[in-house]
Write a protein that binds this ligand. Structure first.
Ligand code: GLN
Length: 306
């Protein structure tokens, strides 16, 4: 497979979609990013990386961090022996990523780990396991991406905290059902920090390599059992793009996780991990040009899980 040629064709296909969506502004600091950006990278399972466009420019990972927090919790406790799946489900929600509506009827148990409520529970667990959830994630991402310069973006974290009433409400509501182990202010603070990490398409494609390598880290050591990596990929496919997950599976056919920074990572198990970035979002919070690019990538290569 000539990845470089495929990526160039994908980028040409996606260009007209750049600027079609809206850059997220509910976290004011995210708004300063240019809507013209587009980058895409592929890291194969051997660690070779290819990219085009703005693939080396860092952006705010936002909800893509939710994949890594789940992986770190599973790595430290191994599912089956951990209670994380008693505290968060694995069903698509069919509701927006920051929705409150199901929580009351479902006793404070979020539908899945990739909507905000579920991610707050996972961060809470990571906080219990590590004593410093966001820093342990940053260290993991630096190691796994091979980029020691990865950092939090304090302006984004502060901006999100300042406008964080919705996430605070989700956390307090779950705490009222006894579904948080740590104080709400600490859980939401670590969640905002993890969302603020800045990474490029290159960094994210490389750091997500363990999902394509059935749980093996970049250095060959095991992060997750193969069945655990399979489960994360399954939840990405069914829940990783929120209430657009059905449409995304229909168009792209890959496990994927999006963030309101405009990034999307996608996994082709046994082959490679992709990351695409373009800040213009559709109404459900997924990158318009990013989805178009992944759609075209699987069309050109014929690679999907189906
Ligand atoms: N930090 C963002 C929030 O909690 C993440 C949302 C997202 O990327 N979908 O609202």
């Amino acid at each position: 497979m000539d990845y470089q040629a495929v990526l160039e064709e994908v980028a040409a296909h996606a260009r007209p979609f750049v600027r079609q969506g809206r850059v997220a502004d509910y976290i004011p600091a995210l708004e300063r990013v240019s809507a013209d950006r587009f980058g895409i990278a592929v890291a194969d399972i051997h660690g070779d990386v290819y990219g085009v466009g703005d693939w080396e420019i860092p952006f705010s990972v936002q909800s893509i961090s939710k994949v890594f927090s789940l992986a770190l919790v599973m790595a430290q406790s191994h599912d089956g022996h951990d209670n994380i799946w008693q505290r968060v489900g694995r069903e698509p929600s069919g509701t927006p990523f920051n929705s409150l509506v199901q929580l009351e009827a479902e006793n404070g148990i979020p539908r899945n780990p990739f909507i905000n409520a579920g991610a707050l529970v996972v961060t809470d667990r990571l906080q219990t396991l590590t004593g410093d959830a966001s820093t342990s994630m940053l260290h993991f991402l630096r190691e796994e991406s091979g980029n020691p310069d990865l950092a939090f973006d304090q302006a984004v974290a502060d901006s999100e905290a300042e406008h964080g009433d919705r996430n605070a409400a989700l956390a307090h509501f779950m705490a009222s059902f006894g579904n948080l182990e740590n104080p709400v202010p600490s859980v939401i603070e670590h969640y905002f920090w993890q969302c603020s990490i800045e990474m490029s398409c290159r960094d994210l494609a490389v750091a997500g390599g363990f999902l394509a390598r059935h749980g093996l880290r970049a250095d060959g050591s095991r992060l997750l059992e193969a069945r655990e990596a399979k489960r994360i990929n399954a939840v990405m496919l069914t829940c990783g793009t929120y209430d657009a997950a059905g449409e995304f599976a229909y168009r792209v056919g890959l496990p994927a996780k999006s963030g309101v920074g405009g990034g999307i990572i996608a996994v082709i198990p046994g082959r490679c991990t992709l990351c695409v970035w373009s800040p213009g979002l559709d109404a459900r919070g997924n990158s318009v040009a990013g989805a178009a690019a992944l759609d075209h990538f699987t069309t050109l290569t014929g690679w999907s899980v189906f």
